[in-house]
Each structure stands twice: as C-alpha cells, then as structure tokens.
Design a protein around this ligand. Sequence first.
Ligand code: G4P
Length: 529
Amino acid sequence: MSSRDRAAVLAQAARRRSFAVISHPDAGKSTLTEALALHANAIREAGRADGKAGGRRTVSDWMDMEQARGISITSAALQFTYRDAVINLVDTPGHADFSEDTYRVLSAVDAAVMLVDAAKGLEAQTMKLFAVCKHRGIALITVINKWDRPGKDALELMDEIQERTGLVPTPLTWPVGIGGDFRGVLDRRTGSYVRFTRTAGGTTIAPEEVMDADAALEREGDAWTTAAEESELLEASGADHDDETFRAGETTPVLFGSAVQNFGVHALLDVLVDVAPSPTPRPTVTDERRPVEAPFSAFVFKMQAGMDTAHRDRLAFARICSGVFERGMVVTSARTGRPFATKYAQQVFGRERTIVDEAYPGDVVGLVNAANLRVGDTLYLDQPVEYPPLPTFAPEHFAVMRAKDVSRYKQFQRGVTQLGAEGVVQVLRSDLRGDQAPVLAAVGPMQFEVAEHRMATEFNAPVTLDRLQYQIALRTTREWVADLNQQLGVEVLQREDGEFLALFPDRWRLSSVRTKLPDAVLQEDVVFG
Ligand code: G4P
C-alpha cells in the first residue's frame, strides 16, 4: 500500500464509531435503535406501526421465528453517517433471552451504550453484559431511558451505577424535572437548557429548543434551580467527564432521555462522535498490535445461516480490524491457510441487505458463501496475522437432542456438527449417551429453539429436545472423569474442542463434590455476571 493509501485508511478509520447497546429486555433497546436510525435518516419513520402484541415489526426483526415471537435473535449491523462520522451500530441479539452471540458481538465493537430503565436501574442482563465490557476494557456510555415516566431519583441512580459497576458516572446532561415530569435536560458542558417537546408517538424527530440558563429559570422555576444545584454537586464531587478515564474504562458519561419520544438521541449521537473511540490497533496472538493502516484483516464474530431460506446461504459477520476491504478480494483464512474469495459482501440490517464494495476498520461486513468459516476465524490479506480466539462462555442450560426419525441419522449428524461449528450451541458427548443423543449446552435457553427450528427446516431432521436439570458446567481433565461420574447427580461429557465438562445441578452439589474430591480439577470457563 502506498503511503497515500495508508493515510486514507487511517482517515476512514478515524471517522468510524462502532458500538453496541447493552441492556436488559424492555429497557428500550429496539426503540433506541429505531430512534438512532431515524435521527440518522437511515429510515424515514421509526418502525412503530404495529403494537408488540400484534407482532410489532421493526427493521431489526426477521426470520419467521423471530417475527412469530416479536423478538430479535440474530445480529446485524446498522451503518449510517452522522456529522462527519460513520456510525456502526452492531445489534446485540437477545431480547427475551441471550446467547453466546450476544457476548461475542461485544468483541466487535469499540464502545458500548448501557441502556438503563429509569424505574428499574441496573438489571441482571445489563450487569452480565457489563461484565463482558469490563473484561474487554470497552468504553461505556450510559443512557438513562424512560425519563418521561416516574422512576428512581437521578442521584440515586448515579450511586447505583457507581456501587454496582465500579464506574464513576460523569453526567453530560442532567434532567430538569423528576421522572414522569420530564421538562428537558441541562447540558452540563454548555450550561444551557434543552427543552423536551413531546411528539406524536415518537415517529418524528423531536424538535429541540435550546435556551440559556436565565430563560430556563424563568420558564421552569424550581425544577431548573434543583437541576442546576444537583449539577454543581456533581461537579464538586468530581463527576465531570474526562476523556482519558472514560477510555480507560474508569468513568462513564451519562445521558438522560426518552427513546420512545426520541429525546436525548441527538445528544447520544453527538457524544458518540465527540468522545467514543475510533478503531485502534488490535492485539494479535503474538501480542503485537496490527496497525489499522496495515493490509486488510478481520475476524469472524458471528455465523448466520438460514437468513434467506430460498438460498440456504451462510453468512459470516466479520469485523474489519485493519486495511481496506474491497469486494471481490481474495483473502486468507488464518486457521485453514486456505483462500476465501469475498465474491459478495453485504451490509445487513434487519431485512435490508446492501452490497458492500468497500469497507474500513470498525465496519462489519456479512460475507456470503462462508460455509468454511468459523466463529473466531481471522481473515487477512498479504501480511499474515491471527487474532486471539473469542472466549467461550460457561453454558447454563442443557438438553439432550434426538432425531425424531432415526432413519434420518445422516442429516441429524450433519446438522449437529454444523450448529456446533457455528457456535449456536456447544455440543457435548459421552460414550454412555452415544452419538444419537448428544447434549446441547447453551448460555441462554432460546438457543435450543433455534437449534430445533434449524434441524427441522434446514437439515430436514426434526428432533426432540429434553431439558436436563444441570445448571453449571466446569472444565475437568481426563483422569477425573471416572471419579466425577460416580458422584450423585454429576455427569462428565466431552465438548467438540476436546475439553471435558463436568455438569452439576446446582452450587450446593458442586461444593459437596469439591469437599469430597478436593484435588479434582474443576475450572470455570469464562463466566460473567
Ligand atoms: P427492548 O428492545 O429493550 O426489549 O425494549 P423495547 O424497545 O421493545 O421497549 C420496551 C417497552 O418500553 C416498549 O413498550 C416501549 O415502547 C417502551 N419504551 C421504550 N423507550 C421508552 C421511553 O423512553 N419511555 C417510555 N415511557 N417507554 C419506553 P411496550 O408497551 O412493551 O410496547 P409498545 O406497545 O409501546 O411498542
């Protein structure tokens, strides 16, 4: 690459902001996603035409099963420009439930938005996803949503964030009026007042009226005085935004808003552009960092099959780490050493697919015909590189899968192997159970439904699934298999990567086994939350 090309890649990378939204179901992630897209003019009207009960459709919902359930299982990336930046919103799947994919998406982003329901505070799934962000050192922006409804006190929420995450909240805006009586926000950087105006159903961009402090006091009276006093309190306690501590994962800028009313969304986009990090050199297996202007490299963080039943395609979602991606280029897969022709590459968001001709670090591309790629694979051009494997996460749900029709054994095996390779579920086996009855293990139970659905529709091998009462899986070694298998309620199975996993019904059983077999190797996989 010429130095001019390298400079061009650096400039493009510097424009990128790639982030994901982490939240508990119902905090408003879909609503916020639609609102962001609306603001970015990516979609003319937020997809709020139908109520949820009637099968609410947003652009991020697809696949018959998803639509039937009104949830979004799969992930995709929404790209849009805002000011001079190119924003990539990588969708974290899992509304009612989540899977390893939800975690893996976080390996593909440079920042995350933690969306908190003002009335509920930090909830279970938010905390689990937060733990992954912390582990990866991802910069975190916090959005307190649903301020239009009665909720917790704003200062109380700040205390909760600090206590439970260890991050110091540094509010950039502060609410004027309590939850349910949302008047607007004080912009702590400028001292001005941004007045909240309700819009019909939130389908249009909320007009934002900005006024100075004197005008705000005149208009809002005590509500303004309280907000200004609280803001000073925050300043005195050192809760002001600082770029360095934010990027180091020590502080989190906080914004208040109402996604459903499209209020605060504009501020969030500005914060993403102004303070969120752009792609930086990514560590490789040799602990060096590949500069973003080096030749093309990317890693696969998600495999997706069956997006288009007519075509039976397999899509690999890859995050670009360095260089420029050009459609048609032939890259190398670091795991197999084999070439992969990127004949078609797509940007996928919901039902929308756009052909990508060129992409840069921070972007996510969906590579079609990717049957030979796996989650975690590195792809590169010219200069070999390999990124570390994605962590595996401790499964918490287990089920035995059997073919309904034993004569379809071949199809059954093909399906099981494929689902395991894609990382949809982990596949565990033992001599005792035999190959006809593998145990599927998953982070979230919805993965079983995905597996069942795909076995029937894609592999033509309908299955039955019987849930097992285990909740904990720990890695052990071959020499402990016999001893552990003798323990009441404990079973050891082998995972496809060769690891032995000992399954336990609960913590109580685990600690009693630890007492009985104090020397047994029992290691936790990456467990979060
Ligand atoms: P999720 O993707 O995180 O699961 O949440 P989603 O956006 O589906 O939002 C969950 C519910 O919260 C929806 O209500 C949505 O309208 C509501 N909501 C989202 N943001 C706000 C907000 O800022 N203020 C208020 N008051 N509500 C908000 P629903 O009743 O489940 O569905 P719907 O019938 O409103 O679509």
